[in-house]
Design a protein. Sequence first.
Length: 531
Amino acid sequence: MITTKNFDAIVVGAGFGGLYMLKKLRDEQGLKVRVFDKAGGVGGTWYWNRYPGALSDTETCVYCYSWDKELLQEMEITTRYITQPQVLKYLETVADRHELRPDIQFNTGITQAHFNEATNLWEMGTDTGESYTAKFIVTALGLLSATNIPKIKGLETFQGEWHHTGSWPQGVQFEGKRVGVIGTGSTGTQVITAIAPLVEHLTVFQRSPQYSVPVGNGPVSQEYVDNIKKNYEKIWEQVKNSVVAFGFEESTVSAMSLSDEARQAVFQKAWENGGGFRFMFETFCDIATDEQANKAAQDFIRAKIAEIVKDPETAGKLTPHDLYAKRPLCDSGYYAIFNRPNVSLVDVKANPITEINPTGVKTADRVEHELDMLIFATGFDAVDGNYTKIDIRGRKGLTIQDHWKAGPTSYLGVANVNYPNMFMVLGPNGPFTNLPPSIETQVEWISDLIQETNAKNLKTVEPTPEAEACWTKTCQDIANMTLFPKAESWIFGANIPGKTNTVYFYLAGLGAYRQQLTEVRNQGYQGFQFQ
Ligand code: FAD
Ligand code: NA7
């Protein structure tokens, strides 16, 4: 039966973003809100990515919300980093203690969102055949959520099991199996390292070698935990005013200002301490912006690979020669995994996959890699991937695909012209950081703007075209001051064939982003038009 129901606000997504949005709008503003998620439970990323080895590479103490002060004190911190089951449990706890579940409809995908200019309401449709209306919609769809499964000839004929890491089922067994993994990004390195000791044989299909440093995970002392809990106010203040928001001070020292020996010592200390963002941003201030500094970091990691990997041919294949300018990776012993006798590496750039057949993967050299299981660690159609899957239409029926035909844009990462009363959490050109503090920043700001609109009895709010164009240009200009656009990765849309290679993030950091948001609000929401 088709039913139509009206809400003050509809939130799509029940991860970090959607859960907090529900809490703010329902409990602080008294709005009638419903959250939809196609998942069977809360958690977003941490509901879907249950593959072995899944770990946040943000340290535990800052991979959480800052707003639930009691929970910060009660939270169990046992290791420096937090695993997928632990993040999921954390978000389930949040949902339970704030009684969020009654307002979340699971197993329901939003397929349609049309703005009706006569009623000023959004008309929403679901994949379960229901329809709803709402004055406001908040899309917390996730920026790394739409899985990318490459179109490889013959996948449908494969007789073994295959899974994408971002949609991982329960109960996968590895013992005695010949497993292939395609992809060696953050996810690939985690899953490869975790399953290599479990499988009979592991074949890694690598397209691009990666720079990775040790994560440095391990148990933490009671003193470490006490210290964090005592200092949470200070920790969050630092995080929210920093660049990458990972809980450390970014370096202000230029790499080439030190002697070779001193520079090596800084890198070595960072290698021993662990953490990808720490290695890139805590060591020196210019690894992401200066080619010489970047090369120094590359050389250091290349030397480590040569030291760790025993077989020179394998070491050669694992060694990158491009810029160190993707999201920085860290791992729990990735390179050493290739010293195991049951692990082999196929360089699919030199020797591409030609097809998948019933028994495995065939490469251009005509070798048949026989497999019982194939794992796609091939990443995501990042940032706008979940948006373009929905039939979103704003004023005059403008589709989001049309609005974004030159590449996705936004004003401040949260709103688009011609899409009134629609707000995005982690939309295009939002901050590139440890994400929970950025998500919180956006949720709180969006919530204030909704409150202002309602308090003034206004019907709609949306950015001006000039404000959106100006923000896009700002993001482009900032990106061009870094080396990131010169590396091929999901950060610029380069991982998906045919995807617009453009700027998808505001790369000036969380502190600067928060200042921008505050200024816009203090100037009466400058750049927004109200009706
Ligand atoms: P998500 O958690 O992605 O939630 C989005 C939800 O929206 C999903 O549940 C999805 O089902 C739902 N949805 C999407 N479209 C629809 C639709 N049409 N209808 C209904 N529901 C829909 N970030 C860090 O800062 N540090 C890390 O260490 C880190 N590690 C990561 C590791 C992995 C393996 C991955 C994939 C991501 C990682 N991230 C990390 C990024 C992570 O996605 C964010 O930190 C955060 O969890 C995003 O929360 P979110 O609520 O914005 O989106
Ligand atoms: P990434 O970082 O996009 O990595 C995907 C990997 O899959 C990467 O090694 C790709 O090679 C590889 N890939 C993608 N398509 C193919 C095809 N067609 N053939 C062979 N190899 C392919 O995704 P992750 O999930 O690892 O990480 C994304 C973010 O999620 C991460 O930064 C964390 O924030 C969590 P490529 O490098 O493109 O040559």
